[in-house]
Design a protein around this ligand. Structure first.
Ligand code: ATP
Length: 235
């Protein structure tokens, strides 16, 4: 029998004001696994990540992390338990330097110290005294990932990390995700690009209309042309 998943989401419902967006989402992520969450614009991918992080004003359902319920906890308490979100807008402080952005987020005891971030992202190390707002899009994305890592997460949630980036930078990010996976980090990856996901994901789930409509491995997803055309935009 397999061990209990690190993150278990069951029947998750979520609202923005009166809009009922998440309609019973079920997700399980095992320790060390990279799960890709796919779906068209507006399917509810970002809302799912925000609900997991305790950032929606109203959520219902079951949400368990490392065997303990986390639904209803404030987002700082969810972060303290070992979840970290790299948001779509990256959320870095533009007026603070790269190093200051990392130091603000860093937590004692994290296996990802700032030196390890410089080693993983040499371009960031070279620009450590540069304000975050002056970085390129790719560097900002790396800083956003670095900032999540220095909190010492057990589960990293990445919301469209490759969006708007040049192919050469996307390839670098894919390498980074592979390194993180090799280091044993569990991840939930939201992506529009199926190609990027195919390169790193262990398993896939597809969200449509606020609910999971399909799940499986890469071979099954490649074989399921009807599923892709019905629920995804990009190939
Ligand atoms: P995208 O790729 O566009 O980010 P997504 O799958 O992440 O798509 P969500 O951002 O989760 O989709 O949006 C799901 C639904 O919730 C959409 O119908 C969207 O219009 C709605 N929505 C998103 N943010 C808000 C908000 N702050 N207030 C009200 N409705 C929202």
């Amino acid at each position: 029998m397999s061990a209990a998943p690190l993150l278990r989401v069951r029947g998750l419902n979520g609202w923005y004001g009166k809009s009922h967006i998440l309609q019973g989402v079920d997700i399980a992520i095992r320790e060390g696994e990279l799960l890709a969450l796919l779906g068209r614009n507006g399917a509810g991918k970002t809302t799912t990540m925000r609900a997991i992080m305790g950032l929606l004003s109203r959520t219902e359902g079951e949400l368990e992390f490392a065997g303990a319920p986390i639904l209803g906890l404030p987002s700082y308490a969810i972060a303290q338990r070992g979840l970290a979100l790299v948001p779509e807008n990256r959320g870095i402080f533009g007026a603070l330097t790269v190093e200051e952005n990392l130091k603000l987020a860093a937590r004692r005891g994290s296996p990802w110290g700032i030196e390890r971030i410089w080693a993983m992202f040499p371009a960031l190390g070279a620009r450590r005294r540069t304000p975050g707002g002056k970085l390129s899009g790719g560097e900002q994305q790396m800083l956003a990932i670095g900032r999540a890592l220095v909190t010492g997460p057990r589960l990293l949630l990445l919301d469209e990390p490759t969006e708007g980036l040049a192919p050469v930078i996307v390839a670098q990010l894919v390498e980074i995700l592979r390194e993180l996976k090799a280091a044993g980090l569990s991840m939930l990856l939201v992506e529009q690009s199926l190609e990027t996901c195919m390169a790193v994901a262990d398993r896939f789930q597809i969200l449509d209309g606020g609910a999971i409509v399909w799940e499986g491995g890469s071979q099954a997803l490649l074989a399921a042309a009807d599923v892709r055309s019905r629920h995804l935009t990009l190939e």
